[in-house]
Design a protein around this ligand. Structure first.
Ligand SMILES: Nc1ncnc2c1ncn2[C@@H]1O[C@H](COP(=O)(O)OP(=O)(O)OP(=O)(O)O)[C@@H](O)[C@H]1O
Ligand SMILES: [Mg+2]
Length: 161
């Protein structure tokens, strides 16, 4: 298979939000295969263990036949290589995402010149959604039902004391 027809969409997905979903749906319409790479990312001290982040994403995206969800540890470009993907997708919500993403893409190009980074923007009303804000709102008892899938909202509710 042509590696440029397969893309990895990497992230922590702690948890997956409607913004992530919007991007995945778009990407699934462009590429033959989209692999959601859920990074272990222990440095970020995720709220949900990796297995649960994978499980939640799988449940939310189950109706997309060309999308698979896989957990990984290590370098994203290595994961892309292992999966036979020649493209990495990243989301841009605002100018504030740009600087970090630009640096990351250029660094990755040094490590793996055969992998291209492609940037996508979500529908306008998803631009303000981040996993961090969703976690904070949920843990403080706020309503996150407009920002995440019901199964994700339920999982977040279980974390409240
Ligand atoms: N609402 C959104 N719209 C478009 N892209 C998004 C959105 N939220 C996250 N992304 C993108 O998805 C990728 C993975 O993001 P990540 O898992 O870090 O989510 P996040 O919402 O930024 O979480 P956190 O707040 O924990 O950093 C990144 O490229 C990020 O820019
Ligand atoms: Mg982020």
């Amino acid at each position: 298979m042509n590696p440029k027809r397969s893309a990895v969409y990497p992230g922590t997905f702690d948890p997956i939000t409607n913004g992530h979903q919007d991007l995945v749906r778009r990407a699934a319409g462009i590429f033959d295969r989209v692999v959601i790479g859920i990074a272990a990312n222990p440095g970020k001290a995720p709220l949900f263990p990796m297995e649960q982040r994978v499980e939640l994403a799988r449940g939310v995206l189950e109706e997309l036949p060309n999308v698979t969800v896989i957990g990984y540890a290590g370098l994203t470009v290595e994961f892309a290589r292992e999966q036979g993907c020649g493209v990495v997708i990243r989301g841009l919500r605002a100018l504030s995402d740009f600087e970090f993403e630009f640096q990351l893409a250029n660094m990755s190009r040094h490590l793996a010149p055969e992998v291209d980074y492609v940037f996508m923007t979500p529908k306008e009303h998803f631009t303000f959604i981040s996993s961090t804000l969703v976690r904070e709102i949920a843990l403080l008892g706020g309503d996150v039902s407009r920002f995440v899938h019901p199964t994700v909202a339920e999982a977040l509710a279980k974390h409240r004391t």
